[in-house]
Design a protein around this ligand. Structure first.
Ligand code: ADP
Length: 312
């Protein structure tokens, strides 16, 4: 683990002290923040992904969901294989090191492609070192706890990759759009979520948050495909047609969540996701690049192993 004992800086400390900045050439913008006594590895978005700059407001309408980075489909699929191979090698090292963990969060509108991305990107990863959790409507028992409780139960332990298919963000998305709790309750949650993710970061978890961005036309096509193809009927919920009527309210809720909860330690990453093969490639590349930056290392071997003889 990289341990740099640089200047202590809290992410989100808005104002800079000009006197301090002039004394210190490596100002707060360029020197990574220390959290929990170490400099955490922050996500490394692949080219083509739009990182929501902390403190800025994102406009989803301004981000092209159709972007393909100039790749051809076949080329992107081949490159995806290479990224998967990188993830597999690095995952083994993360597991063996047993010091840090990776949490990958996926959020999207219905049909946005969360399931397909997880299937394609994590194919071939050792299942022992990776857990996927899909969060559904909370149970009565879950609703008796604080809203973060059920998510915290499933955060990855040391050495593990955890994947959240939907996440704690539902509590400021569907909950807001459907008016499931009063506004002052969900408004408070943005700050609580930032604190939660800071706690995870302080404890050695790198948090990568992907928003899969599709256009309204693309959703229409995907819903129509689910209706037209019998093998996709299991994926179709007539309720999705009602949810689609709230498209604008969801976009607004996503924009607020992405803007308020993009932090230097856990920034939101917007993935152009109309083209599935491009989406898979940039998500896989981001995960591989982030794991590489974490640089997990095999633990030191016990002394005297080399040359040992195994008796018959
Ligand atoms: P998915 O659409 O993720 O494939 P489902 O069709 O089972 O899976 O949908 C899960 C549902 O659970 C979604 O409608 C989602 O809005 C809902 N849900 C998830 N988390 C919460 C939450 N915290 N509060 C209310 N509803 C939630």
């Amino acid at each position: 683990m990289t341990k740099k004992h640089g200047k202590h800086h809290h992410p989100g400390d808005g104002e800079k002290n000009p006197a301090k900045a002039s004394q210190d050439e490596t100002s707060a913008e360029t020197s990574p923040a220390m959290i929990g006594g170490h400099v955490p590895t922050v996500p490394k978005p692949a080219p083509g992904i739009v990182m929501v700059e902390p403190g800025k407001t994102v406009s989803l309408a301004a981000i092209d969901a159709n972007a393909d980075g100039g790749f051809e489909k076949g080329e992107a699929k081949e490159l995806l294989q290479a990224e998967r191979a990188r993830i597999q090698v690095l995952q083994e090292r993360l597991y063996a090191e047993h010091k840090r963990s990776l949490l990958v969060v996926f959020q999207a509108i219905d049909t946005g492609g969360k399931d397909g991305t997880i299937r394609n990107v994590f194919e071939g990863v050792n299942p022992q070192g990776c857990r996927v959790w899909s969060f559904k409507v909370p149970s009565a028992a879950e609703l008796d706890q604080d809203f973060l409780w059920r998510y915290h139960l499933h955060t990855p332990g040391r050495g593990m990759i955890g994947v959240f298919n939907r996440s704690h963000y539902e509590d400021v998305l569907v909950v807001r759009v459907k008016d499931l709790v009063p506004e002052p309750v969900w408004r408070e949650r943005y700050g609580l979520i930032n604190d939660f993710e800071r706690l995870l970061t302080a404890s050695g978890t790198t948090v990568i948050k992907f928003f899969l961005h599709i256009s309204k036309d693309e959703q229409k096509e995907r819903l129509e495909a689910r209706i037209a193809e019998p093998d996709k009927h299991w994926k179709f919920d007539p309720g999705d047609l009602i949810e689609r009527k709230s498209w604008d309210a969801y976009q607004k809720a996503f924009e607020d969540a992405l803007s308020r909860c993009s932090t230097p330690y856990a920034p939101w990453l917007v993935v152009p996701a109309n083209r599935k093969w491009y989406r898979n490639l940039v998500v896989a590349r981001t995960i591989a690049d982030t794991l590489e930056a974490m640089n997990p290392e095999f633990p030191e071997a016990k002394e005297g192993i080399a040359g040992l003889k195994v008796e018959d």
